[in-house]
Design a protein around this ligand. Structure first.
Ligand SMILES: NC(=O)c1ccc[n+]([C@@H]2O[C@H](COP(=O)([O-])OP(=O)(O)OC[C@H]3O[C@@H](n4cnc5c(N)ncnc54)[C@H](O)[C@@H]3O)[C@@H](O)[C@H]2O)c1
Ligand SMILES: [Zn+2]
Length: 376
């Protein structure tokens, strides 16, 4: 059985493991991560998991693993999805940890999608100012994105992810068998981040998507294993070079490169009241920003076409027929407020070479918007 170990060079380095984990390997690796984090064998863990019948299978496997390690488990069942990223849910977790007497020598394990790893990471970061956490992401998006890199957080009435902190896990276990129950649209949505990693850093990801028969671009295939490994490697290396999003080296945008396609994507999500999947919005956003990259003079047209070909091959949208330029522009301006006062895009010079574009001419934005099917 092949098990990839991808290092993240955080202040305290940790590993992301990827593979189809047997029950035995799951227990061994979980035990190693916990004792590595604590410096001795843990005795008690909190298991944060999403209340979702589809997750019972993997949660059950984690319970068995914890049992075989002789650990006492406190179960913290939280609402699945965004409903879990809520201050009241975090508070309920803190109450439970308090009642169970959790100390710094105890740890948390999260099992679920990105919403659950974000919430559980935040609870781990804040309980006693930080206890170790191991993430077991169960969606493609959580494996390649949310569980790696140490961003944690919850939502507030004013918006998504407004409260949170950087808090690196002690390890991440990506058990590819968990993806078997993931609905195909969720899987496809996760592929948008995979393809994004291809464009900003790893052209082999693009080749794999281009050359694989469509029926292999599903959970459980060999190509999916390689895509997950490669995407995590991209995220891990970008994050390792820029742990706290302070910027990159030379002209590399650092961690901000991961926002490729995301400036417009966030605006689409907002304008559509979060009724589009994140990956679908990112897919449209990537085509938009590829067009923008060509307009500002950097990117050749073949690479722009490659965006449409690769994204549409896996079933992601590549156009956005709407007359929403003004509300989208307004939403992008709101997004920029949270980062200072400059409207920033990650654009490509070529595949693997992202750079920052600040305050582009509005005419370029309109032209790129028209190129993805919008009417201005
Ligand atoms: N921290 C970061 O760096 C980072 C990065 C990207 C995204 N995120 C966050 O991640 C969240 C989105 O993550 P997501 O797309 O994983 O969504 P999610 O966590 O909301 O999960 C989506 C749904 O899928 C279910 N599910 C999870 N695993 C399953 C499986 N194996 N089989 C069947 N159903 C399963 C969940 O219970 C949930 O109902 C957002 O809150 C986003 O802000 C964080
Ligand atoms: Zn994203």
């Amino acid at each position: 059985v092949s098990l990839a170990r991808i290092p993240v060079l955080a202040e305290t380095p940790y590993e992301v493991l990827v593979g189809e984990l047997s029950q035995e390997v799951l227990a061994t690796e979980l035990g190693t991560m916990l004792s590595g984090a604590l410096g001795y064998s843990a005795t008690r863990v909190g298991l944060v998991y999403a209340k979702d019948p589809n997750l019972e299978h993997i949660v059950g496997r984690v319970r068995v693993a914890l049992g075989s390690l002789g650990l006492i488990t406190t179960e913290l069942r939280v609402p699945a999805g965004e409903a879990g990223k809520d201050a009241a849910v975090a508070a309920a977790c803190w109450e439970q940890l308090g009642k169970a007497g959790f100390t710094r020598s105890d740890a948390l394990i999260t099992v679920g999608g990105g919403a659950t790893t974000d919430l559980g990471g935040f609870v781990a970061a804040t309980w006693l100012r930080g206890i170790p956490v191991v993430h077991i992401p169960t969606t493609l998006l959580a494996m390649v994105d949310a569980a790696v890199g140490g961003k944690t957080g919850i939502n507030t009435g004013s918006g998504k992810n407004l409260v949170g902190c950087f808090y690196e896990p002690s390890g991440v276990l990506c058990d590819l068998t968990a993806l078997a129950t993931l609905p195909q649209p969720e899987f496809v949505s996760g592929l948008a981040e995979v393809i994004k990693c291809g464009f900003i850093a790893d052209p082999i990801i693009l080749q794999l998507v281009e050359q694989s028969p469509t029926q292999e671009l599903v959970a459980g295939s060999e190509v999916t294993r390689e895509l997950v490994e490669r995407s995590i490697t991209v995220k891990a290396s970008v994050v390792s070079a820029d742990l706290k999003e302070r910027g990159g080296i030379a002209d590399h945008p650092g961690r901000e490169a991961l926002n490729y396609g995301h400036t417009l994507a966030h605006a689409i999500e907002r304008v559509e009241n979060y009724q589009v999947r994140h990956g679908e919005a990112v897919s449209i956003g990537c085509v938009f920003v590829a067009e923008l990259s060509a307009l500002v003079g950097n990117l050749n047209h073949e690479t722009v076409s490659q965006h449409r070909a690769v994204l549409s091959k896996v079933g992601l949208p590549v156009s956005y027929q709407s007359q929403k330029f003004e509300p989208l522009a307004a939403a992008m301006r709101i997004d920029k407020k949270s980062r200072g006062d400059v409207l920033r895009f990650v654009v490509l010079k070529e595949v693997g070479h992202p750079v920052i574009l600040s305050n582009p001419e509005p005419s370029f934005l309109r032209a790129a918007y028209a190129a993805i099917g919008g009417q201005t």
